[in-house]
Design a protein around this ligand. Structure first.
Ligand SMILES: NC(=O)c1ccc[n+]([C@@H]2O[C@H](COP(=O)([O-])OP(=O)(O)OC[C@H]3O[C@@H](n4cnc5c(N)ncnc54)[C@H](OP(=O)(O)O)[C@@H]3O)[C@@H](O)[C@H]2O)c1
Length: 268
């Protein structure tokens, strides 16, 4: 049986770990990449595999371009090619612009933007050898509509949208399909791990999507690539409204409470 091969970045938790589980359950061979080795080892042991070496764990800090290139190469050499690249790794940054800190800003951009570009560059030769090769980029609804207290994070995700749009055309001659996925609030560790210097409230997670839902969407995009997918129609409409009628989108968002003191709930 020919197994599809996938490299999933940011697979030690949240959306990436859920995606690795979804893909492995469908018979994919998965390379899981992140910094936390213990998490990767635990996940690797959980993934269904007919034999040792079916999946591979890659401990890598994506902000180190040399480590990034060699980890992607290890995945390519291990499988012989890559059929799917899921550019998922990312960090949040919850801060008003007046609270931004240059070192954290650079870390955000190195993780969420530079690593996506350099990861794509490193994966290209392996994708070109793949079968029906695809790339899925995990952006965000805030990549299509900047929101208060998220200017830096939203800018990084807007860059991911832009990279996806460029690669869709740039890689078309190679037969590589590129899909953008824009999740809304998803119940993961991203909120507790992100920089939040003013202690602004996290979004309520009781109505958030589970990460498995995003993982299933990534599987569907590998089966049927689409230029851009939102998980909910209201986010697609907000993105469109922000271009066609930005003042109306501003009024809609201004009616929400963005900066209540910590512990008072609120919307994201
Ligand atoms: N949760 C949401 O509401 C939401 C909504 C829209 C979009 N997203 C996007 O979804 C993606 C996944 O986020 P998540 O919500 O699943 O958060 P998460 O649980 O915190 O997962 C983030 C993943 O990225 C990895 N990562 C971060 N920095 C890294 C680095 N320098 N090198 C290698 N790996 C790194 C983390 O692993 P290590 O720390 O072990 O390295 C972790 O596996 C992100 O791109 C995020 O922007 C999330």
């Amino acid at each position: 049986m020919q197994h599809r091969t996938a490299l999933v970045t940011g697979a030690s938790s949240g959306i990436g770990a859920a995606t690795a589980r979804v893909l492995a359950a469908q018979g994919y061979r998965v390379a899981i990449l992140a910094r936390r080795e213990d998490r990767l080892r635990t996940l690797l042991a959980e993934l269904p595999a007919p034999n040792e070496g079916h999946h591979i764990a890659l401990v890598c800090d994506l902000t180190d371009p040399v480590a990034l290139e060699s980890s992607v190469r290890r995945a390519g050499e291990h499988f012989g090619s890559l059929d799917l690249l899921v550019a998922n790794a990312g960090i949040g940054y919850r801060a008003r612009v007046e609270d931004l800190e240059p070192t954290e800003l650079r870390r955000l951009l190195a993780t969420n933007v530079e690593a996506v570009l350099l990861g794509a560059k490193a994966a290209l030769p392996w994708l070109r050898r793949g079968v029906r090769p695809n790339m899925v980029l995990v952006s965000s609804v805030v990549g299509r509509r900047g929101m208060p207290t998220m200017a830096a994070y939203a800018a990084s995700k807007a860059a991911v949208c832009s990279i996806g749009e460029a690669l869709r055309l740039e890689w078309a001659p190679y037969g590589i399909r590129v899909s953008l996925l824009n999740p809304g609030v998803t119940a993961t560790e991203i909120f507790e791990r992100q920089q939040n210097p003013a202690g602004l409230h996290d979004p309520e997670l009781d109505r958030a999507d589970p990460p498995e839902r995003v993982g299933e969407a990534i599987l569907r995009l590998d089966r049927e690539p689409e230029p851009e997918r939102f998980l909910r129609w209201k986010w697609r409409w907000l993105g469109a409204l922000s271009i066609l009628w930005p003042g109306a989108a501003d009024r809609l968002l201004a009616s929400r409470e963005w900066m209540p003191p910590p512990g008072h709930g609120g919307a994201t």
